[in-house]
Design a protein around this ligand. Sequence first.
Ligand code: PEP
Ligand code: MG
Length: 580
Amino acid sequence: MRHLLSGTVAARGMALGRARLVQPSRYAVDTRPLAEEEVEGELAKLHQALDTARQELRELRGKLHGALAREVNEFIDAHSLLLDDAELLRGLDDLVRIGRYRPGAALKKQRDRLSAVFEAMDDPYLRSRKEDVEQVINRVISALQRQTSPEERKLAARVGEILIADNIAPGDMAQLAGNGLLGVVASSGSAYSHSAILARSLGLPMLVGTRDALSNIHDDDLILLDAERGEVIVHPAAQDLSRYRAWQREAAAEGRRLAKLANAPTRTRDGVEITLLANAETSADVALARARGADGVGLYRTEFLFLRHRDLPSEDEQFIAYRDLVMGMGGLPVTIRTLDLGADKADAAGLTLRGEDNPALGVRGVRLSLRYPAVFTTQIRAILRAACYGPVRVLVPMVTQPDELIAVRTLFKLARQDLKREAIDLPEKLPLGAMIEVPAAAINVRALLEHADFLAIGTNDLAQYVLAADRGNDALENIYNPLQPALLRLISHVLTSGRRAKKPVSLCGEIAGDANFSALLLLLGLHEFSMHPAQILQVRDRLATLDHAHLRRHAAQLLNAPTHEQAEAMLNEIVAASAH
Ligand code: PEP
Ligand code: MG
């Protein structure tokens, strides 16, 4: 009987295939306390299971090759690090030795405890790290289980299967994708998880939060995974299959058309060259940026490096991450943004101030970095060292006034002197730029241009601050609108000021990657767009249909629009007129 389950889209696409269920471990936890003489033997079993899990991750690493390996290794490394985490191991040992828990019960207790800690975090990225912890501990539980019942864990998907699981670890997903897996339906999980990020970059459709998937789907059921609408159709009917075939035809045609654009130059219809940069956080993003023909990295958000660690990342850890990014871009310019913690991005190491009444208006971005010069200097040294490997620019977030840029420049100068004394190689020059995301910075941009070598407009924050509307609050959608006249005038003012000062200005907020706003941004005078690399082809495609001169001629008219609704109507007319 045809039936339908719904879930949240984590990676778009569709797939038709046989269901392959992976039930969560059926291990019945033995809760009887250990007798004293059993403790050492059970501890040995626990450590053997931990070793097996480590070994599995090493083997997984060895099996993956090429681009896939680069993308997945960082997830595998994160899991391996967790398995060696001193606190986790000590906690497990204590539970067995002191609490007299059996290893299975101890693992489960630690898993539940850590999950609860992550679950309680406000930041959605950190909250999604709960899945990593669960996946790692489940791997150990399953290794432990195989010591007594060796038939468990057969995760070798056959070609044409769609995985139905509670959750899936990124390493396993990569391996299965290599074996011909078509898609994933997870009954828990979030769209922010590493697995979801990986599914997007592998082009594997994925749904998360498909609550009853494991009880309503059976092995070998034919299913249609529709990760466009957020549905799984079990035993699809003829009309479902014809919708799938239509989607397949369209996706193939679109893919062929866009693929031709991968290494094409970016030009408007009237031949104006536009620079498309990538916002890149992971090595997967870097690989995609190269594949899509990005002109460089316009925004590397370094805070993600800090959010992934429990402690502050060391100078060497940062250096390696930045160097790999620079080398990964093979000589194209890379813009590294200094730490932008605070507001919605609280770090795990406790750098951000607690208990601010208004964190979004508080000590965040460069304000926080300047408060901790030692931490900031560590980052600056790492950036300077990495900048020997290719062209690097440094971007400072949340700048409000010139003295912040002056202070950052001074810290760079001091770090240079120290590195020189230590006989460490230094780059010749390192352009320093300001993010324009505080209204004061936009209005008083000429003063900042005296001290900045380039600018990057961060419309995500600029919009929230100029409209006094939280960027994450969906109740304010009618206010938080990119076509708000006040925002348009600020963007235009910054672009015009940059042009007069002969300094490059890019825009790296979400609207840069939304093809629906390409005409608007061209009209305002933008020439450098920075976006998630997955959006590059669509934007390149859209820009090729637009007439730059025509749009620019109508800029003054649009900037006079009194409301965002009128601005939108006017823009549609302007674009339509140029199509004829
Ligand atoms: C922005 O504010 O537009 C921006 C690009 O920075 P983030 O989204 O990291 O705050
Ligand atoms: Mg911002």
